[in-house]
Design a binder for this molecule. Structure first.
Ligand code: SAM
Length: 194
């Protein structure tokens, strides 16, 4: 291994690429370790930071991850190679809403365009194994979800409304039970009801 995670964090900071907060990724990797998660689907790879961290939990973990931005996709390929994880991380280039996957996963991690979260959840819940979970990040959206009155930009307010819609969708979903955690930027874990 000739690259370290700190270098990816620095690159993300330098080029303004959103990656998971430390406490969020620690929560996710702890969940993977404690629940013996093996097969993961990630929607929103960016430059591979969270995919690499998840794959590093142990050598049984396999990650499939999707990224639609070509520059980030290429950087992620490079990072995955530098960690020697090409055999355990499959990177797919494209829009997650256009891609069809047959495989089933223990954990599906949604960390892509916030306005599309309901669509990602509806599209990919068929790819969840029995007893699998769907984890979503950014449900606090930098603290803005509970402080809408302070948002002046119309676009930002619309985005925050979409996240609120997603939270309502999760709370009222009768097929899944969702727990919300105030870690990182706000994480939810949705489990399919028996
Ligand atoms: N999970 C990454 C990490 O923590 O290292 C960060 C992902 S970043 C927050 C979100 C990424 O999702 C962006 O790079 C964006 O290009 C990608 N994205 C957004 N919508 C997408 C879509 N519909 N399909 C695939 N990728 C998407």
């Amino acid at each position: 291994m000739n690259k370290n995670l700190r270098e990816i964090e620095k690159y993300a900071e330098m080029y303004n690429i959103p990656i998971m907060q430390k406490s969020g990724i620690n929560f996710l990797t702890k969940y993977i370790r404690e629940n013996n998660v093996r097969n993961i689907l990630e929607i929103g790879c960016a430059i591979g930071y969270s995919a690499i961290q998840m794959a590093l939990v142990n050598d049984k973990v396999k990650v499939t991850t999707i990224e639609r931005d070509n520059e980030r996709y290429l950087q992620a390929l490079k990072n995955i190679k530098e960690f020697d994880l090409e055999k355990r991380i499959t990177l797919i280039s494209g829009d997650a809403l256009d891609i069809e996957l047959e495989d089933k996963y223990d954990l599906i991690f949604i960390d892509a365009a916030k306005a599309q979260y309901i669509k990602f959840f509806q599209k990919y819940s068929k790819n969840l194994k029995k007893n699998g979970v769907i984890v979503s990040d950014n449900l606090d959206f930098h603290g803005l979800v509970n402080q809408e009155e302070h948002i002046e930009s119309k676009n930002l307010r619309q985005l925050v409304d979409k996240i609120r819609d997603y939270i309502d969708f999760l709370k009222s979903n009768t097929e899944f039970t969702t727990k919300f955690y105030k870690v990182g930027d706000g994480i939810s874990v949705s489990t399919k009801n028996e």
